[in-house]
Design a protein around this ligand. Structure first.
Ligand code: RFL
Ligand code: PHB
Length: 403
């Protein structure tokens, strides 16, 4: 495909990475450690990507990887390490001892934007190249052996071309990379849930030592944390609801009703300084490779946040990709690149299954029959009373083995 306007400047790298989210930034770090040249193109500013509030939970192997890569110092100082989570339903709380059930793997709460800050700072310090605020990003020639990415450094700057051997599409669900795979080749699978999450950040001390996932007749609620001073909480809501309908009083009253149980524990309130509503979907695009383009992270798949898997899956994809590219550049081998999509999809579908299972089990779906709702409560009861079921939940939550 030819560029729509003439390209005035040309740059070259081995791997062109579109998107500086967790997928793009981890990939850049992994490739640079292997001596592979790459450039990251990001449409937002550095401040924007460093301030976007998203995920919170890291799988144990991601924590280990960050430490092995020398990127984990602040996470180890400021992150929260929990041995388990609490499931709350029918007015009762049940502790799931994740560490005890998985040979010591813990639940790490360290916000995604903190990971982004650490990765951006280390990459730039190390001489890595991230172009922030680029526009008009278009992928060209992905079916040829000379792909390129067209972009502008500033909205009225010239159209430039980044020529590369390979393109990594790490530009999230709404980015252009997935659209560069012809529709006839793409197989897309999707579930859109009839509920969303209203998330808040509040200035308050922690109310509880670990995360609480609650299934309540008024709907799901989740208590998480960010720091000794800031807490993150979510409540199930209508995904089309207007945040203006949610006064702080209404939010606190729903959180109290849904999170508090019969044992007298109470939630500590604070000033709410951020609130928003997100819709929820499950989505997978197969295959994740087309010619010289590889999709990674949310560009290829979405999970509802209930299983805390999205960021972790993005890192898993790019670890597989970096190993395949390493084998290609070190010994000309292409088997890893050919297997990329299939290898990633095996893990992705297990995470899709787990996230869908946690979501359907913990939320109240107005479209479900009373029979189905009873089955979800029975499922919760089974999970907290069977060591086998509890272990299955725990090993998925802390992260299935990478190899
Ligand atoms: P991202 O993070 O969306 O990054 C994509 C980047 O690409 C840029 N981009 C472009 N750049 C250049 N040109 C273009 N045309 C571009 N279009 C887009 C974007 O600006 C952006 O910077 O995708 P990535 O790297 O694949 O990472 C995925 C994760 O961000 C996502 O899966 C998680 O946030 C999901 N998630 C959670 N994941 C977890 O592992 N644990 C959790 O606890 C967890 N909780 C959550 C979550 C997501 C949430 N929201 C808001 C959807 C909780 C929430 C509320
Ligand atoms: C969060 O802290 O933002 C968080 C925690 C657990 C989840 C999702 C989000 O399942």
């Amino acid at each position: 495909m030819a560029a729509s306007t003439s390209t005035q400047t040309s740059n070259r790298t081995q791997v062109g990475i579109v998107g500086a989210g967790p997928a793009g930034l981890f990939l850049a770090h992994l490739l640079r450690r292997q001596g592979i040249d790459c450039v990251v193109l990001e449409s937002r500013s550095r401040a924007e990507i460093e301030d976007t509030i998203r995920a919170g939970v890291l799988e144990q192997w991601v924590v280990d990887l960050m430490n092995q890569m020398g990127l984990g110092d602040r996470m180890m100082r400021e992150g929260h390490f929990h041995s388990g989570i609490t499931l709350r339903f029918n007015g009762e709380s049940h502790h799931i001892d994740m560490a005890g059930l998985t040979g010591g793997k813990r639940v790490t709460v360290y916000a995604q934007h903190e990971v982004i800050r650490d990765l951006v700072a280390a990459l730039l310090e190390d001489g890595g190249e991230i172009l922030f605020g680029v526009s008009d990003v278009q992928l060209h020639g992905v079916e040829s052996d000379r792909p390129s990415i067209a972009f502008r450094r500033s909205p009225d700057g010239p159209l430039e071309a980044l020529r590369c051997d390979w393109i990594a599409g790490c530009d999230g669900f709404h980015g252009p990379s997935r659209q560069a795979i012809p529709k006839a080749v793409r197989n897309e699978f999707q579930v859109v849930y009839p509920f969303g999450w209203l998330g808040i950040l509040t200035e308050a001390p922690p109310s509880h030592p670990e995360l609480i996932y609650a299934n309540h007749e008024r709907g799901f609620a989740l208590l998480s944390t960010r720091s000794p001073e800031v807490q993150r909480l979510y409540i199930q809501c209508d995904p089309k609801d207007d945040i203006a309908n949610w006064s702080d009083d209404r939010i606190w009253s729903e959180l109290h009703a849904r999170l508090e149980d019969r044992d007298g524990w109470t939630l500590t309130e604070g000033r709410i300084f951020q609130k928003g509503i997100i819709a929820m979907r499950s989505f997978v695009c197969e295959p994740m490779r087309h010619g010289r383009l590889f999709l990674a992270g949310d560009a290829a798949h979405i999970v509802p946040p209930t299983g805390a898997k999205g960021l972790n899956l993005a890192v898993a994809d790019v670890l597989v990709l970096s190993r395949a590219l390493d084998a290609f550049y070190k010994s000309g081998r292409t088997d890893g690149l050919e297997a990329y999509s299939a290898v990633c999809l095996r893990r992705i579908w297990k995470a899709e299954r787990f996230s869908w299972y946690m979501t359907t089990m913990l939320h109240r779906n107005p479209a479900e029959t009373p029979f189905e709702q009873r089955v979800h409560l029975a499922d919760l009861d089974y999970v907290v009373s069977s060591r086998a079921a509890m272990t299955a939940l725990a090993e998925n939550y802390v992260g299935l083995p990478m190899d």
